[in-house]
Design a protein around this ligand. Structure first.
Ligand SMILES: Nc1ncnc2c1ncn2[C@@H]1O[C@H](COP(=O)(O)OP(=O)(O)O)[C@@H](O)[C@H]1O
Ligand SMILES: O=P(O)(O)OC[C@H]1O[C@](O)(COP(=O)(O)O)[C@@H](O)[C@@H]1O
Ligand SMILES: [Mg+2]
Length: 526
């Protein structure tokens, strides 16, 4: 397969197959005479203790070109599967982009190797390859969107359609409607650049979405029945888990079907990638709600504004919106337990700020303080159709708590204003920078699928767009790291209590070493 990308790696022997790769059909043929250079302490040394769980995530070891087996330069590539892994005689064709006017002026159309890459885990860099494994007129692609909404989904849909059509001359593109369950329905939407021309100006998803209803066998049956050979799946962690299962089934059946995931979540909690699309838009839109709360509470006596933002398990939107605003006195996130009463508690802090400024603004992520509400309300553990925990309204709960405390205990009249802009934030179209980001994601996915890669998800890793094995982005979730500088910056900006005792903080440092790994990941041009 490496011959298909004509990377200097394949001729310089810089990229070596791991033992398990040797059984992967033509993929390993670029390295027929190379020695097995895997070192005994391979896992622990090269992956910082994180074991590889599936074949897709088998590392490929890169040695320096002098091929000294004993030398360990710590360069590891976590590669994505390729169709030739299980379809060894798959023909390849010159990439039609070679004839593309758009790319004619681009100096380096095809990604090439960067020499002297630093140590750490590397992913295959996204971009067009010299050879493709699909003839344009034989491609039948489909696009599906699953899970919750997020600004920018329509831009991704539009750019997949336009990318396939304008760059690769693909005309047969289907929209699967209403999430995974849309695969089982009779109808599909025919997508052309004309049909999707304006959709990026609207929020939501043009293809509609749903939770639940994933049945791998039924989906792959349907893919086979419809003659689909490229599947673009836009969705969050749940969706990507579903995409991984679809890829595995496709591989088991030996189908020439490329499965490409585009990670989506407004919560910004998808692992490995730098940031998820729509997040910037959400942070920007949250400013309007925070500003409204600030205006309201500034205009009354003892005004207490509470703004609830999305963030089921991670408080990134709340954290960044707080940092961006400067009108927020206190930010509460799911990662940081807080308490209300006593010294160092939230009530004390609110009282101080009211005395000092006459008003206070609190921003909280919807997942914050769930344990306290559950204790008090003895609520049943509800789940949505996908199995995600249904959250209790922490905003309402906190508003009531503060009201009660100040009127009953402190005998102090306060004016509470609770704002819940969550769906309003999620439902808007993406801003300019997210639109650009969505375009990059969509085009990366198209280049990857055309080049025969499969079972991958796209996204920037340390600022470079990469093809990442799907399992890598689903095995963990990103959360706000309380020992990281960003949280420290927030505390320094708001001067709010940290609600953490010293000991607790040390325990957290141990748990959060996964972040170190993220810093060691890179996209590599191969
Ligand atoms: N573990 C899983 N395996 C297979 N499919 C899943 C899994 N988790 C969720 N899904 C499917 O993915 C879709 C979206 O999942 P959901 O959790 O609602 O949103 P998101 O993808 O945004 O996290 C649903 O159709 C759901 O059935
Ligand atoms: O009401 P819905 O549609 O279930 O969505 C609510 C949830 O969706 C989210 O925005 C994101 O969830 P997903 O990324 O899993 O779609 C959460 O922050 C929020 O709790
Ligand atoms: Mg999710």
């Amino acid at each position: 397969m490496e011959s298909a990308i004509s990377s200097p790696l394949s001729t310089s022997s810089h990229l070596l197959p791991s033992p398990s790769r040797s059984s992967l059909g033509s993929r390993s043929q670029s390295f027929p005479s190379l020695p097995n250079l895997r070192c005994p302490s391979f896992k622990s040394r090269c992956f910082l203790g994180i074991p590889f769980r599936s074949r897709q995530t088998q590392p490929i070891r890169c040695q320096s070109s002098n091929q000294q087996p004993a030398k360990d330069d710590g360069f590891v590539i976590e590669d994505v599967p390729h169709l030739t892994d299980f379809l060894s005689n798959l023909p390849s064709y010159p990439n039609p982009l070679k004839q593309s006017q758009a790319y004619a002026v681009v100096k380096q159309t095809f990604v090439v190797v960067q020499k002297d890459d630093p140590r750490g885990v590397h992913f295959r860099r996204a971009g067009p390859r010299e050879k493709v494994y699909f003839k344009s007129d034989e491609v039948r692609a489909c696009i599906v969107t699953c899970g919750g909404l997020c600004p920018g989904i329509n831009t991704v849909i539009r750019e997949i359609v336009c990318g396939l059509n304008y760059m690769y001359g693909v005309e047969d593109i289907l929209g699967i409607e209403g999430g995974y369950r849309g695969f089982y329905s009779k109808n599909t939407l025919r997508l052309t650049p004309k049909v999707v021309n304006d959709i990026h100006k609207r929020g939501g998803t043009f293809l509609r979405t749903s939770r639940g209803g994933h049945d791998t066998n039924k989906i792959v049956d349907n893919i086979q029945d419809r003659g689909i050979n490229q599947v673009y799946i836009i969705g969050g962690d749940g969706t990507q888990k579903g995409a991984a299962l679809i890829y595995k089934e496709v591989e088991k059946r030996g189908l020439q079907v490329a499965v490409a995931g585009i990670p989506k979540t407004i919560d910004n909690d998808i692992a490995v990638i730098d940031k998820s699309f729509g997040f910037d838009t959400a942070v920007e839109e949250a400013q309007r709600a925070i500003n409204a709360a600030h205006v309201e509470v500034e205009s009354v006596e003892n005004g207490v504004g509470i703004v609830k933002l999305m963030g089921r398990y991670s408080g990134f939107i709340a954290l960044y919106a707080t940092l961006a605003s400067r009108d927020v006195d206190c930010c509460l996130v799911p990662e940081s337990p807080f308490y209300l009463e006593g010294r160092g508690g939230l009530f004390e802090f609110v009282e101080e700020r009211l005395k000092e400024n006459g008003h206070v603004v609190i921003v909280l992520a919807e997942g914050a303080g769930q344990e306290y509400i559950a204790q008090e309300m003895q609520a049943v553990d509800g789940k949505d159709a996908s199995g995600n925990k249904l959250l209790l309204d922490v905003g309402l709960w906190l508003t009531e708590k503060i009201k009660d405390h100040f009127t009953k205990v402190q005998k102090m009249a306060i004016n509470t204003k609770y704002i819940d802009p969550t769906y309003m934030i999620r439902a808007i179209p993406s801003n300019a920078s997210d639109n650009i980001y969505c375009t990059l994601l969509a085009q990366s996915a198209v280049h990857g699928a055309m080049a025969g890669f499969s079972g991958f998800t796209v996204g920037p890793v340390n600022s470079r767009h990469a093809y990442i094995p799907i399992s890598r982005v689903t095995e963990t979730q990103n959360t706000v790291n309380l020992t990281d500088r960003m949280w420290a910056r927030l505390l320094a900006s708001t001067n709010q209590p940290s609600f953490l005792e010293g000991n607790e903080l040390h325990e957290r440092v141990d748990k959060e070493d996964v972040d170190v790994i993220n810093h060691n990941m890179r996209a590599t041009s191969i």
